[in-house]
Design a protein around this ligand. Structure first.
Ligand code: ZN
Length: 327
């Protein structure tokens, strides 16, 4: 599969690796301009991904030694997987959002604060033993992921890099960036916008351990992205996007539909995030606990900001109630 795209002296070589579940593919990109080669995101840490990366380089007439730098849309595992392998072959700078660095460097203090954040969050959301189980999984992941610490120096990214304008789009992750090539109307959109699935606005703590209102941020970032003059979006998963404004309208209205459904569930007498999650997502509540809770908590935060719900704390658990005009 060769999908290179060229325009006005710049060439993009997509690296596309098949992905399980609904993700379709892991996409990352070689960008060549004026003899300089940049890697945007770095895939997942698997052998097939590495082979596809090397094959795309070779078919395009390059080797790892031609790479000048790596730039990142965000810190998630499936966007940073090959960095250590690449920089072991050739040292090069890695550029990322300032909020990526403590995560990429596996900062111990931050990750233990993050575990405590989720322990308290799941308790306050009424998750009981399901929450405790998830926290044990998280604790194990912190130990197991120690080895994934990025070895290279990470340079905080602001403004322009490799002819691309880095634009903050927090929501899917607190450190998310999209990169605009305004000359060619190209936008490297990471996980901010994906053609075939809705991106999750994952609940995360900030550096002080306070909950970020991720869905509110995501909605703002979608609206900002709407105004960007781009005709081709290169996403982190799935197919290229040609109609990003249309897709954003669809994503925004889906969030409103979900909020309306939550509101009806509250009106029917459910009050805790855990009850809502079990009723809304059924089996997925156990099989995809973190994602499902993140989604419901994000929606409740969003609705609270809109004044369509209010909450009350009873014996350490938040109970939510529909507020404002009835639907
Ligand atoms: Zn992601």
């Amino acid at each position: 599969m060769h999908l290179m795209m060229s325009k006005e002296g710049c060439t993009v070589y997509p690296i596309i690796v098949p992905a399980p579940y609904s993700l379709q593919s892991f996409n990352f990109y070689l960008i060549e301009e004026a003899g300089s080669l940049t890697l945007l995101d770095a895939g997942i840490d698997t052998e097939p991904c590495w082979e596809q990366f090397i094959q795309t380089l070779n078919q395009s007439g390059f080797s790892v030694h031609d790479l000048k730098q790596i730039i990142l849309t965000h810190n998630h595992q499936d966007h940073i997987g090959l960095i250590n392998r690449i920089t072991a072959v050739k040292e090069m700078p890695v550029y990322a959002h300032p909020e990526s660095i403590h995560r990429l460097k596996r900062d111990k203090a931050f990750f233990s604060l993050r575990v405590e954040f989720f322990r308290q969050l799941y308790r306050e959301m009424g998750c009981g033993e399901d929450g405790e189980r998830q926290v044990r999984k998280l604790e194990k992941a912190v130990r197991d992921n120690e080895k994934d610490k990025i070895q290279a120096d990470i340079i905080p990214l602001e403004g322009m890099i490799a002819g691309l304008q880095a634009i903050e789009t927090p929501g899917h992750s607190p450190d998310h960036l999209v990169f605009l090539d305004s000359k060619r109307k190209w936008l490297f959109s990471g996980d901010h916008l994906i053609s075939h699935i809705s991106s999750n606005a994952l609940v995360e703590p900030d550096r002080e351990g306070k909950r970020i209102l991720t869905l509110c941020q995501y909605v703002d970032s979608l609206r900002n992205c709407m105004a960007l003059d781009a005709d081709t979006l290169f996403p982190g998963h799935g197919a290229l996007i040609r109609n990003h404004q249309e897709l954003i309208v669809k994503r925004l209205s889906r969030i409103e539909e979900k909020s309306a459904k939550i509101r009806r569930m509250l009106e029917s007498g459910m009050t805790t995030a855990s009850q809502l999650a079990q009723s809304y997502y059924q089996d997925k509540y156990r099989s995809q606990f973190a994602l499902v809770m993140s989604e419901i908590i994000g929606l409740l935060d969003y609705m609270e900001v809109q004044n369509t719900v209010q909450k009350e704390r009873k014996q350490g658990v938040w109970h939510y109630y529909a507020a404002g005009p009835t639907s």
